[in-house]
Design a binder for this molecule. Structure first.
Ligand code: B12
Length: 503
């Protein structure tokens, strides 16, 4: 079969490098500041192993937009079009793409997948007639099974498909047990070199090193109310063996990748595994630096010495708040003491960059507690930090709570996401949160400039090496921008046109 495998990307989450930095080495590859589409990179070699011909597309590429894919469909008439997207923020773009490709050739089946799809599969089928079927959950087994049974979709476990006007939910497909059975993701076919950057809506280049992502485990057993990872993985944490992971890391080192980010939801679990992976990186003298994420109360904190020795130069923690009351309300199940210890330990053991994720605008949080988070951050040895306004997504415990409290309507709001300040009366109003955040950033920047001038200078110099000065200033001043109330439901032209059709 000929399969088109396309990643529909959120327009806010990538930047094509300006001409002068995008010198074409004659290899036709484009440099983009974006996280690679690991989902389709993972699925492509699996389908090829089943004998299928796979063409990959990433809509961040200027020649892989809707019109280009439609033209390719016309020219090459694939047997199946498989569309992948991440989150609610790119669902409208996905619908618009499906409409365009279905209009181009109504006979070619369109199947859709990805995290948001897994949470909302039946809703998507009811909402978008241009999609023929959806494959919730992991695609490594479902997609080849679908391609083998296009004439009888009823046998494809987990699939949701159309039988005339009826939407059929096939019996669920069990989660994959052995993650070691699959070939390594394809990071060569897409003519795009992804550049190491902070995933922000402002182009924050960290280095010009050849960058990619790798997933060595799936899931997280904790129950933070704003996260849908446990729901996506049925509360389980599954992992690939160190041998399988090191085989892939060897390949990446051989392919010249100098910077790797683990998209694991929680890497710092199972010390023996961390030990073996790090020892393998050291023994094989693999030439890349890497980053990962984990919890401050992880057993893996004890493994920080060998992580640092194995070139782990970036560690991100979900700190979330400087108020124990707010941490408990978020069911973070961690203490302020654990946060301080983990970050101090990471710096003491030589992790070059430690990043703290914070949220503001949480339920029952006071203005003073928002400022406490910034004051707390100023006492921590963090190299970088982000203070995001808490949002609620379908599939999270907070969404279920808001349904029970009658704050949102599942039927009407399933494809939306909200800042909690917009829907929850126990959260401070949006402009109060925004102003408290501005005040907090001022406090934190002042503290850093006067108490840690070298660390601050290093941070700014780090960015300005590859970024225009105007972008560095935009990045630093971004928290002080005017609040944009409509940020959570903005639409592009295609989406607007599509919206009129769907409303
Ligand atoms: C890395 C990551 C990012 C990166 C971007 C990654 C990228 N490629 O662009 C960055 C940091 C930029 C990011 C940003 C955001 N993210 Co994010 N992100 C993730 C994370 C941690 C890992 C994704 C990943 O690499 N998975 C590994 C690959 C292999 O898995 P996969 O893509 O899911 O593909 C598998 C299956 O889904 C399936 N599949 C995929 N495509 C297809 C297609 C078909 C046809 C089929 C059958 C199957 C299939 O098979 C694949 C192999 O098993 C996930 C958490 C998670 N575990 O999913 C959150 C996650 C997807 N992000 C989330 C959110 C909310 C966001 C933001 C909106 C946050 C924000 N406010 O800024 C933005 C929006 C970005 C966007 N839409 O592009 C939420 C989505 C929730 C939701 N209900 O929509 C998640 C689930 C995190 C969470 N805690 O809830 N994110």
């Amino acid at each position: 079969m000929k399969v088109f495998l396309a990643f529909v990307r959120d327009e806010d989450y990538y930047h094509i490098l300006p001409e002068k930095l995008n010198k074409n080495k004659g290899d036709g590859r484009l440099k983009a500041m974006a996280f690679p589409p690991l989902g389709i990179q993972t699925l492509a070699p699996v389908l090829r192993k089943h004998g299928h011909e796979v063409h990959m597309f990433d809509t961040c590429h200027p020649e892989m937009k809707q019109q280009h894919l439609a033209q390719a469909v016309k020219n090459e008439r694939p047997d199946v079009i498989a569309l992948s997207f991440l989150s609610t923020t790119s669902y409208r773009l996905l619908k618009s793409m499906a409409k365009r490709l279905k209009t181009e050739d109504p006979d070619i089946p369109i199947v859709v997948g990805g995290p948001f799809t897994t949470e909302n599969s039946t809703h998507i089928m009811k909402d978008c007639q241009y999609i023929d079927c959806v494959g919730p959950g992991e695609g490594e087994e479902l997609l080849p099974d679908l391609l083998d049974n296009l004439n009888d979709l009823s046998v494809v476990k987990g699939l949701i498909w159309r039988k005339g006007d009826e939407i059929v939910n096939n019996p669920p497909r069990p989660m994959i047990r052995d993650l070691d059975q699959f070939p390594y993701p394809d990071r060569q076919s897409l003519p795009i070199d992804y550049i190491e950057s902070l995933p922000l809506d402002i182009p924050a280049v960290l280095s010009m090193d050849k960058f990619c992502t790798i997933q060595t485990s799936r899931g997280c057993p904790y129950k933070c109310i704003y996260c849908d990872i446990p729901n996506l993985n049925q509360g389980k944490w599954r992992f690939r063996s160190p041998k399988h992971v090191l085989g892939e890391m060897q390949e990446l080192s051989d392919q010249g990748f100098k910077s790797i980010y683990l998209t694991d939801d929680h890497f710092l679990l199972k010390n023996k595994r961390i030990q073996e992976i790090c020892e393998g990186i050291i023994e094989r003298d693999l030439k890349f630096k890497w980053g990962c994420e984990g919890r401050v109360d992880s057993v893996g904190i004890a493994m920080l010495p060998i992580l640092a020795k194995a070139n782990c130069n970036f560690l991100a923690f979900g700190v979330e708040s400087g108020s124990q009351k707010v941490l408990d309300r978020l069911v973070k199940d961690q203490t302020l003491e654990q946060i301080k210890f983990a970050i101090d330990e990471a710096k003491r053991q030589g992790i070059e960059k430690v990043h703290g994720f914070f949220v503001v605008g949480s339920p029952d949080e006071t203005e003073e507690e928002i400022l406490d988070s910034f004051r707390f951050a100023s006492t921590l040895k963090l190299d970088s930090f982000g203070f995001n306004r808490l949002c609620v997504y379908r599939g999270t415990p907070l969404w279920e709570e808001y349904l029970q409290r009658g704050l949102i309507d599942d039927e009407k709001d399933w494809d939306k996401w909200f800042r909690c300040s917009e829907v929850d009366p126990t959260v401070l109003p949006a402009d109060v949160v925004h102003n408290a955040r501005k005040k907090g950033y001022k406090l934190l920047f002042k503290h850093l400039i006067f108490h840690h001038p070298i660390r601050t200078f290093k941070l700014v110099r780090g960015f300005s090496r590859f970024m225009r000065f105007s972008d560095v200033m935009k990045l630093i001043l971004s928290p002080f921008r005017k609040i944009d109330h409509s940020a959570t439901q903005k639409m592009t032209d295609e989406e607007l046109e599509l919206e009129t059709e769907y409303s």
